[in-house]
Structures are given as C-alpha cells and as structure tokens.
Design a protein around this ligand. Structure first.
Ligand SMILES: [Ca+2]
Length: 390
C-alpha cells in the first residue's frame, strides 16, 4: 500500500472535505460579508447580456459565424458573476465577483476513453498513474520528515473509490478512497477492471499533467477556471445549477450524481452508478454536456481557497488565469490545481459540488476514478482548429 502517498493525499483531502466547517475560513469569510452583500445587490441589478431561457431539449447554438472545430461549441464570452454568495456553499466559492471572458471554443463533451486511447496509441504517452512514484517529488508534497515507504509501495497506481459497508463520518475521505496499485486509465478500478464497453465514458485516472499533454497534442489547452464556470453556466445568471435553480425540473434528473446513503450505496436512481456515457443528460444553454456531475474536470489554474476574495478586490477580472501559486491552509505542502463540476459521487449530504460555483483543489499528479477533463481553443486561435487532432 502506498502508505505515505495515501496518507499525504488523504490527509489533504480530509482537510479539503472538512473545509465546510473550517472555523478559520468561516471567520475570514464573515469579515468579507459586507463586500459579498454589495456584490449580491449588484448581481440583482446588473444587465444580463447572456441571459437565456433554458430549454433542455433545444439548446441554443453558437452564432459565431465561424466553422466550428469538430465536436466543439462556441462560447460567446461576456461578463458574469463568478462564484456565489449563497450561504449553502463552501467558503472557497465566495464571494461572487465580476469576471469577463473572451469567446472561445470548448469540447462539447468530456474527453472519452476512446479519444484518449487514440492519443496514447499515436504518442506512446505513459500517464502519471502508469509510472513509478517519484519519491523525490512526492516528499515535497508531504510534511517534512515523512519517512520514505518501501520501494514496493511506490509502484504505479492510483486512487479508487470503494463504497463502505456502512455509514461513516463524512469528514474522513480515507474511508472510501483507496490507493490501488495497477489502477490507471485502462483499468480505472485497478487490475481486473477495464474500459471495454466504456469507450464513450469520460476518461478517468488522468493527472493534470496527462490532461495538459493530451490537450497540447490536440492543439488545444485546458480551460481556465473562469472560462469553465462561464461555459458551465450556459448563459444563465447566478443560478444554483447549470440548468436553473430547481435540482429536478419536472422530476427529471439533469446530471449524473449520487442517490442513496453516501458512501455506502448509490441507488442509481438517475440511471447510472459510477460514470455515465458522455451526453447522457441534457446539454446546458451553450450545448455543453456533463458540466455538472459525472466526473470532475481539470482546469489550468492553481487552486487557492481564497482566490475569489482576491479577485473580488478588483472591479472586473478580465480573462483571469488564476493565482500565481496554490494555497490551501489545510494542506500547506501539496500544490493543487482547480477541478470543477463535481462527479457521480456528489450528493446533497456530502458536497453537492455539481453546482457551477463549486471548486476543489487536487494535486496535479493525482488521478482518481472520478476526475477527467475537457479542452478549449482560444477564440483567436481558430486557425489551430484546422490542424487540431480530435
Ligand atoms: Ca448516478
């Protein structure tokens, strides 16, 4: 077992999981409620240039006037309120603040197993989970003095979700995450599992480095967190979900999430236990699928828990690329990148992170069975699309 790696990661994730009740951050947030309130008033009075009436059966398409790269949709850009002032959110999602993004192209779907297989076949690229753990790199992400584990414990592997046999405290992620040697994108749950029959599911067990490598090979890049959230909102303004404020409009599930007692048993009432084929639920207002639930999606930004507080100090953030470095007071040693969108594990009792404002930090070398990605092309890089690989 990757004791140190697991311990380091799980300690970090425990801390992230407990952030909801983190007194220090809560106090920090309270000191900013005045600003948050001002922004809330602004959110209610500002013009909504991108506001749209959402019809899940008839998403409106891009009107860019340009030929779309294959399987990508045009996100028109504009100004929006990023983050939220909703009290039913994590402190890291607050406060809402004005952000402007330029138009860009975005993958209609998460990158699938079949697509990622083409990349690996063409390049021979070994993913992070398929390579032995580099102790010299890993120890930099752990508290000083952490002893080196046995070499056998540094064999290739990744994190896999394992349901528990009964209810457990929800502040201890190590109860349902296991380091599984041999787990990688071809074997998402470890040896014995495969992606056969899951070719159209989002690829998982990919690190941030793997996602960047594939994006660059395809002539694309990862979205910034601001681009991702703007796109996820689909033209709607400050809605709780990417389709509106009602979680189940007309009693219809709109995303692949978790039903039942977490992390014991997922009833699959929404049609799927685990990942679902991309595009199984209605697209959002921009015609993007799975911008809520299914799998978390890597963004290019470094993760700071207080990134929105810093951003809110400016009148408008224009195409923000995120903070210069990672910061998470609950885990000072492992730098993290932003992931967005929540996953098939998200449940109202736990994190409800399928909301567009939800955000989390994950070390860039850490893949898992619930994290994938999609890619973008800058609006002024359309020429790239003609030579881009799918
Ligand atoms: Ca589900």
């Amino acid at each position: 077992m990757h004791f140190s790696r697991i311990e380091g990661r799980i300690i970090a994730r425990n801390a992230s999981g407990a952030i909801w009740k983190d007194a220090q951050l809560a106090l920090l947030l309270c000191s900013l409620l005045g600003l948050a309130s001002a922004l809330l008033v602004l959110s209610e009075t500002m013009a909504s240039p991108n506001a749209a009436v959402f019809n899940p059966d008839k998403p409106f398409g891009p009107q860019s006037g340009r030929e779309a790269p294959p399987a990508m949709v045009w996100i028109p850009g504009g100004t929006f309120l990023m983050g939220t002032n909703d009290k039913e959110s994590f402190p890291s999602e607050r406060p809402a603040h004005l952000v402007q993004v330029e138009g860009f192209w975005m993958d209609e779907y998460d990158v699938t197993d079949a697509e990622f297989a083409k990349f690996v076949q063409a390049t021979g690229y070994p993913t992070t989970a398929e390579r032995p753990v580099n102790w010299e790199e890993l120890k930099e992400e752990l508290p000083p003095g952490t002893p080196k584990p046995d070499d056998g414990a540094l064999a290739p592997g990744s994190l896999v979700f394992i349901p528990t046999s009964g209810p457990v405290p929800l502040n201890d992620l190590s109860a349902w995450w296991r380091w599984v040697p041999g787990a990688n994108w071809r074997h998402p749950e470890g040896p014995g599992s495969s992606i056969q029959g899951r070719e159209n599911h989002p690829v998982v067990q990919v690190s941030w480095y793997d996602a960047v490598a594939y994006a660059q090979w395809a002539g694309k890049r990862l979205p910034t967190e601001a681009e991702w959230e703007f796109a996820a909102r689909g033209g709607l303004e400050s809605k709780r979900y990417v389709w509106g404020d009602d979680f189940k409009p007309g009693r219809r599930y709109m995303a692949n999430t978790w039903q039942g007692v977490f992390p014991v048993r997922d009833s699959g009432e929404d049609g799927f236990v685990g990942t679902s084929p991309v595009g199984s639920y209605p697209a959002n207002g921009y015609g993007l699928y799975d911008m809520a639930g299914n799998v978390w999606q890597w963004c290019s930004d470094w993760y700071r828990v207080d990134a929105h507080i810093e951003a809110a100090s400016k009148s408008v953030c224009r195409d923000p690329a995120g903070p210069a470095e990672s910061f998470d007071p609950a885990d000072l040693y492992a730098p993290k990148r932003v992931v967005k969108g929540g996953s098939f594990l998200c449940n109202p009792s736990y994190c409800e992170s399928y909301r567009p404002s939800a955000r989390r930090g994950t070390p860039p070398d850490t893949g898992s069975s619930y994290t994938g990605f999609r890619r973008v092309i800058s609006g002024d890089d359309t020429h790239v699309s003609s030579s881009a690989n799918n």
